[in-house]
Design a protein around this ligand. Structure first.
Ligand SMILES: [Zn+2]
Length: 66
């Protein structure tokens, strides 16, 4: 049995989405916001557009392991 769900890009002007049976959407970028649900973006372009609307004092941990 597989459970798939659809992830949509969280940039409001973007209609990209992807369906997956995994815990995280393939090819999408996952952003862990403080105290909120993870956000998903199809490209860095959408991440930057989303971040540009945030107040400058707010930081967005990208959750990138290095
Ligand atoms: Zn997008």
């Amino acid at each position: 049995m597989s459970i798939s769900r659809v992830y949509s890009c969280d940039w409001r002007e973007c209609n990209h989405h992807v369906q997956t049976g995994g815990l995280r959407p393939p090819l999408f970028l996952t952003v862990e916001a403080d105290g909120g649900d993870p956000l998903h973006f199809c490209t860095w372009d959408c991440v930057l557009k989303y971040a540009a609307e945030k107040p400058p004092c707010e930081t967005i941990p990208m959750g990138v392991a290095d």
